[in-house]
Every structure is written in structure tokens, then in C-alpha cells.
Ligand binder design. Structure first.
Ligand code: C2E
Ligand code: MG
Ligand code: MG
Length: 703
């Protein structure tokens, strides 16, 4: 930095005594001092050796100080070379002339030394500041000069800003259109950004940041906001206060608001447009607009199976078709406006459409319908036909919306509803949807708390050997003892627990508790009892699962064959190869494996032999439709012999009647589970059942 070396002063005076006296004192202040006797010598000195400041006597023979000043100023600006005039008398005429000619300041003889030192100091610190600024301007704004950037230069003490013509033009203004007050800038900054920008400036002025750099929106004359990157540096005076700040402004709107792949507006711009409509709508009650949120169905699969390049091409194709079809919709044609809609890409396979000015909700539905049709025909990508469909959620404007995110969120909620109702369709958001989303959120929170507070219970339902009527074991079924809603079954909370991943903790609790409980019962007179525990897909995928279970069993000294894990077909079919490996791993510990709800999923016995299974549980729906040679009977008739061939035990689920028991026995089904025997019971209820040691009449050999 310029500050680190001593400043060089040049004293020009024809009077030797004056010269020397001043020189000696300044030397003592740490300056490097050079001397010149007359104006001619002065000009040579300055040329041969750079000088930081000149003290120039006005009255000199031959060439006067004023003439010398004028000559110097032809080569050096006041910023580059500060000149302090020295005059014998307080001759205001001369002083005014000198200042006019570009002198920075003046001193009167006899020189009051402390005043002189102060004025020299001020001028030097200005000069250093200028140099620092120049240095930083070179660093930060050099690129700007040649390019399209605007420049600003803010004199903080005078509080005026010089905005370059380019800076003004970037905001749509002529040279005279913007004044030189800082407010001209700040008032144009977007409400949402203004405070932040001010803080960023303040932070830099306090020296907290090496330079000021900020991205924010600035109002253009045409009413739109442009994204600007503003960069600058502050210059500090000798007391450490920021005296000046200058920098550049770059228009980054393009990169900021458009999606690089499709060139469509991105989320930022979309939100911005929705925000403006919301503001507008507050004034114009009759104006309706709609946000359509759409998500490609199965895009991930296309991306994964065909590669990202094809995936990108598909997104591009979708973008094009959407724009084309909207341009030709009735809505837009009727209004005859070029910008009655905005298609944006939020990211991934999510697109949004803003319909600016619609007459009624049906317009939005028609648009959604058109969009779905436009995407129905196949895309030809990489020589292949690729089919895709979309799920669309529609949210209509309504005075309750104050933030763009709110309407976007509701459109998103409606989109999820469309997905869950089978995809390739649209749904219009309504208040009920919000209520169910809120309820779900509440449930999520409650679930976490319930785990912490130990509100879960295991219920146990006996699995009965059909021939002997004896209890072979139990299935552990989760219940939630809800503080206000009472005892809740798994359908009330398992789906949410699965989605949020909470099922891992919950499932582990259930497994641990079930194993602990069965150990206790087995320690009594029931050494043969097994415990069946449901395992969700998320648990099944946990790499440490087997290790954890192994440890649990050995801690409890529970023989592994006493534990039976129930998994559904869908769990293993996600990735059958990985599943085989996992199942074999579990099996290697000696734990038993059952397929739950058999018949409701892929129901293919043919793949089952690949899995190391012990048990098949036939889903309740087949058992309930078994009477009168119904469909269930057919299925049971086919499944049971095959299962027996595969040496799989079969458990019939949902056995409710004595007739069902009889039929199952005829078909050589080994086990039954259902209300006919017992509903799931609390731990105490189960203990009582075991103590009674009861068997079921109908199970005893009949006829
Ligand atoms: P599941 O594993 O198929 O359990 C059998 C379900 O059928 C139980 O419902 C049981 O109460 C019910 N059930 C048994 N016999 C009869 C009958 O005769 N008639 C009728 N109508 N129903 C009968 P529950 O307890 O409501 O459990 C439902 C499902 O929740 C279970 O189906 C299981 O998939 C899941 N689940 C329960 N506990 C857990 C758990 O700890 N972890 C996991 N991942 N899932 C669990
Ligand atoms: Mg089960
Ligand atoms: Mg089941």
C-alpha cells in the first residue's frame, strides 16, 4: 500500500530560510523532503522523481507560483499531485486564483506549523485514498470499463454519488434522468433487498468485508426489476472513517432469472411475476390468475434408464410443447396479449405456469387439459420413442394470498394430490387439501413426540396351529396410545412414519420390545413361542439392520428361530437382487422369514423360490372371500399346494369364522390368525390368554 512508505514532499520557495525551517520540521515528522529554489527547478524535480505533495510559494521571481501551478496542473490532476500554496500575506485575490487554477489548499506566512502539518496530512490522506481507490477500481472495475458495466462513485462526506451514464442507462434512464443522491439508488432497490444491501455496504465500510459485493434487484424505468451485481470498495481517511466508496454495477438478470437448460424463466423470475400479480390483485378485485404446478410422471426412471442427456432433451421438448400449446390456447388468444402466461422451470422435472388474466377457474382447467394433451404424444429422443405424462396442481388467486410462495405451495399440494390419485391428471387446490396437509404436518410432529414420550404399545395377536388349536406364536402389532385421540391403529400413523423415515426408529422400538416380551413369555411355560415382527421397506434397507438384530438377540439370549420377520412382496421387489442378498444375510443368523399379505402384490410364486423364505401369509382378502367357492377359494386352492411344494408354512390371515377354519384345514393350511381366535391384545391381555392356556374348539380334529 501507498501508506507504508514515507510521503515525499517538495518545498518550493525562493527564500532559503523559509525553505530550511519548514524542511527541518517536516523531516522530523517523518516526511522525505526535497527542495527547489524556483519554479523552473520545481518542474524538473517533479519530472525526474515522483513527489506526493508540493508546497508552492506564490511569490517568486521569474516564474510566479501561480504560473508554475498552472503548468503542473497541465500534467497532474489535483488528485494525483496535491499542491498547497504558500503566501506571505492573506491575499484573497491570489488565493482565489490559485484555488481556481487547481491548488488543493493554501497556507499563509508566517507558517503556523501545526496547521501546516494538519493540512499536509489531509491532502496526503486524500491522495492515498485516491490511489487505493484507483487500485481497487482497477481490480474490480477494470473489466467493467470495456464492457457494459455501470460505475458509481460515492463521496460519503458530501453524500453525493456520481452515477456513470452507463449506470443510468442500465436502468432505462438518460443522463439527466437520475440525480446524484444516494436515494436515487436505494429507492430503486427492491423492497425485499434494500435493507440487506445497506447492511452489506455498512459492513464493508466498517471493514468487516474485504470488498462490497451484492446481488439485488433494481427498478428499471419500464417497471421491471433487474438483477444487478454491485461491487465496490470503500476508501478510508486518516482517522479510519470511510470517506468514499466506488464500484461497478453489472446486469445479471439473464443468468439470474432463466433456466440454463430450457431458457425458460426460473423460479426467481416466476416468483417475482406472481408477486407482482398478487400486489396488483389487491387493487383489482375482478382479476383472477392461476398458478399451475406440474411434475413429470416417472421422469426419474427415464433419466436413470436412458441417461441424463436424454433426460435433458426430454425436459427441453416438454418446455417447447408447453409454450407452444399455451400460446395457442383460447385464453391467450382471446386476450390477445403476448404475455398472458409464463412458463417457468423450477428445477428438475418441475415446471410452473402462470396464467395472468383468466376469467374463471375453468380457463385454468382447460389450460391444464391442453398441456396434458400436448405432452401425450411420444417424444423421439436418441432414435427412441419416449412417453411421458404430467401431474398438475392448480391454485387460483385469492385475496388471502400475500406471498407468492403461498400460492406456489398450494399448487404444489394439489399436484401431490393429483399424483396420489393416480398421476397423469390435474387437481384444483381447495381448502380441504390444506387442512389435510396441515393435519399431516401435525401428525408428523406428534409422532416424533410420541416416540420420545413412549406412547407406543405393542399388541399381540396369536397365530394358531390349525390342527392342534395351540398358539404357535404371536404377531406384534403396533398401537399408539394417543393422549387425546385414544388408541390408534397402524393405518393412522405408519404411512406417515414411512414417508418421513420415522419408521426406522419406530420399527426398531417395536422389534426390540417384541423380542423382549417374547423372551419373557418363553421363560415361563411357553418355550416354543415365536414372535412375528413386521419390517418396513426402509428398515429392510438399513445396512446395519442384521448386525443390530444379532446383537439384540444375543443380549436377550433369544434363539434366532424364535423371531420371524414379516416383509411384503413390494419390499423385496424394489430390488430383488439386493433383497436376496439381504434375506440370506438375515437367514444366516437363523432368523425366520415370512412374506406378508401374499396375494395383494406381485403374487408370483415363481420368484419366491429365489428367496430363502419360511412362511407365506395369505392376505385377509382371500380368506374372507373363501366361502361359497368364491375367488378366495380358488386362490387358496392354488397357493396352498404350491407353498407346500416349496416347503413353506402358510398362515391364513384374517380368519373370522369356523367355516373358514374348516376349509383351510381341508386345504392343509397349517396356521391361522384372525379374530376368530383372538383380536390383537395388549401385553397384559396376552399374558392372561397364555395363562389360561386355551385352545380353540374348532381346531380340534372334526368329523
Ligand atoms: P399385517 O401385518 O397384515 O397385520 C395384520 C392386520 O390384520 C392387523 O391389523 C390385524 O389387526 C388385522 N387382522 C387380524 N385378524 C383379522 C381379522 O380376522 N379380521 C380383520 N378384519 N382384521 C384382522 P393392524 O394391527 O391394524 O395392522 C395393520 C398393518 O399395519 C399390519 O398388517 C402391518 O402391515 C402394519 N403394521 C403393524 N405393526 C407394524 C409395525 O410394527 N411395523 C410395521 N412396519 N408395520 C406394522
Ligand atoms: Mg404382518
Ligand atoms: Mg398381513
Amino acid at each position: 500500500m501507498t501508506n507504508s512508505r514515507p510521503s515525499r514532499l517538495l518545498i518550493v520557495d525562493d527564500n532559503e530560510m523559509n525553505r530550511d525551517m519548514l524542511a527541518r520540521r517536516l523531516l522530523r515528522k517523518g516526511y522525505v523532503v526535497k527542495l527547489a529554489e524556483n519554479a523552473k527547478e520545481l518542474l524538473e524535480r517533479v519530472k525526474e522523481d515522483p513527489v506526493d505533495l508540493v508546497l508552492l510559494d506564490i511569490e517568486m521571481p521569474e516564474v510566479s507560483g501561480l504560473d508554475a501551478l498552472q503548468k503542473l496542473r497541465n500534467h497532474y490532476s489535483a488528485a494525483e499531485l496535491p499542491i498547497i500554496m504558500v503566501t506571505a500575506k492573506a491575499q484573497s485575490d491570489d488565493i482565489v486564483k490559485a484555488l481556481d487554477l487547481g491548488a488543493n489548499d493554501y497556507l499563509t506566512k508566517p507558517i503556523d506549523f501545526p496547521v501546516a502539518v494538519a493540512r499536509i496530512g489531509t491532502q496526503l490522506s486524500h491522495k492515498h485514498a485516491q490511489e487505493a481507490l484507483k487500485e481497487s477500481e482497477e481490480r474490480y472495475a477494470l473489466a467493467a470499463r470495456g464492457s457494459n458495466d455501470g460505475l458509481w462513485d460515492w463521496n460519503l462526506s458530501a453524500n453525493v454519488v456520481h452515477f456513470s451514464p452507463r449506470w443510468k442507462a442500465m436502468l432505462g434512464h438518460q443522463e439527466g434522468g437520475i440525480g446524484n443522491k444516494p436515494e436515487e439508488w436505494f429507492d430503486r432497490i427492491h423492497d425485499a433487498d434494500r435493507e440487506r444491501v445497506k447492511e452489506e455496504i455498512a459492513a464493508h465500510q466498517k471493514g468487516l468485508t474485504p470488498h462490497f459485493e451484492s446481488e439485488h434487484r433494481v427498478l428499471h424505468k419500464d417497471g421491471s426489476f433487474r438483477w444487478m451485481l454491485s461491487r465496490g470498495v470503500a476508501v478510508h481517511d486518516s482517522t479510519g472513517n470511510a470517506s468514499r466508496m466506488a464500484g461497478s454495477q453489472t446486469d445479471i438478470t439473464e443468468g439470474k432469472v432463466s433456466d440454463p437448460l430450457t431458457g425458460l424463466p426460473n423460479r426467481l423470475l416466476f416468483i417475482d411475476r406472481v408477486g407482482r400479480l398478487i400486489k396488483h390483485g389487491k387493487r383489482r378485485k375482478d382479476q383472477l390468475f392461476a398458478v399451475l404446478f406440474m411434475d413429470l410422471d416417472g421422469f426419474k426412471m427415464i433419466n436413470d434408464s436412458m441417461g441424463h442427456l436424454i433426460g435433458d432433451q426430454l425436459l427441453l421438448g416438454v418446455a417447447n410443447r408447453l409454450e407452444k400449446c399455451l400460446r395457442s390456447t383460447d385464453t391467450v388468444a382471446r386476450l390477445g396479449e403476448a404475455e398472458a402466461f409464463t412458463v417457468a422451470r423450477l428445477g428438475g422435472d418441475e415446471f410452473t405456469v402462470l396464467l395472468d388474466d383468466i376469467k374463471d377457474p375453468d380457463d385454468a382447467k382447460r389450460a391444464a387439459d391442453r398441456m396434458m394433451k400436448a405432452l401425450a404424444s411420444p417424444f423421439i429422443l436418441g432414435g427412441k420413442e419416449v412417453f411421458t405424462s404430467v401431474s398438475i396442481g392448480i391454485a387460483l388467486s385469492n385475496p388471502a394470498y400475500t406471498q407468492p410462495d403461498e400460492i406456489l405451495r398450494d399448487a404444489d399440494t394439489a399436484m401431490y394430490r393429483a399424483k396420489s390419485l393416480g398421476k397423469a391428471r390435474f387437481e384444483v387446490f381447495d381448502a380441504d387439501m390444506r387442512a389435510s396437509v396441515m393435519a399431516r404436518l401435525q401428525l408428523e410432529t406428534d409422532l416424533r413426540r410420541a416416540l420420545e414420550r413412549g406412547e407406543f404399545r405393542n399388541f399381540y395377536q396369536p397365530i394358531v396351529a390349525l390342527v392342534s388349536g395351540e398358539i404357535a406364536g404371536f404377531e406384534a402389532l403396533l398401537r399408539w396410545q394417543h393422549p387425546t385421540r385414544g388408541l390408534l391403529g397402524p393405518s393412522e400413523f405408519i404411512p406417515v412414519a414411512e414417508e418421513t423415515g420415522l419408521i426406522r426408529e419406530l420399527g426398531w422400538w417395536n422389534l426390540r420390545e417384541a423380542c423382549r416380551q417374547i423372551s419373557e413369555w418363553r421363560a415361563g411355560a411357553h418355550r416354543h413361542l415365536t414372535i412375528s415382527v413386521n419390517l418396513s421397506a426402509k428398515q429392510f434397507l438399513q445396512p446395519k439392520l442384521v448386525e443390530d438384530i444379532g446383537k439384540l438377540l444375543s443380549d436377550l439370549a433369544l434363539p434366532p428361530e424364535a423371531l420371524k420377520l414379516e416383509i411384503t412382496e413390494s419390499t423385496v421387489m424394489v430390488d430383488p437382487t439386493a433383497a436376496v442378498e439381504m434375506l440370506q444375510h438375515i437367514k444366516s443368523l437363523g432368523i425366520q422369514l415370512a412374506i406378508d399379505d401374499f396375494g395383494t402384490g406381485y403374487s408370483s410364486l415363481s420368484y419366491l423360490h429365489r428367496f430363502p423364505l419360511d412362511t407365506l401369509k395369505i392376505d385377509r382378502s382371500f380368506i374372507s372371500s373363501m366361502g361359497d367357492d368364491g375367488e378366495g377359494m380358488e386362490i387358496a386352492r392354488t397357493i396352498l399346494p404350491m407353498a407346500n411344494n416349496l416347503r413353506l408354512d402358510v398362515v391364513a390371515e384374517g380368519v373370522e369364522t369356523i367355516q373358514q377354519v374348516a376349509m383351510l384345514k381341508k386345504l392343509h393350511c397349517k396356521y391361522g390368525q384372525g379374530f376368530y381366535f383372538s383380536r390383537p391384545l395388549s401385553a397384559e391381555g396376552t399374558a392372561a390368554l397364555l395363562a389360561g392356556d386355551l385352545t380353540w374348539q374348532a381346531c380340534e380334529p372334526t368329523r
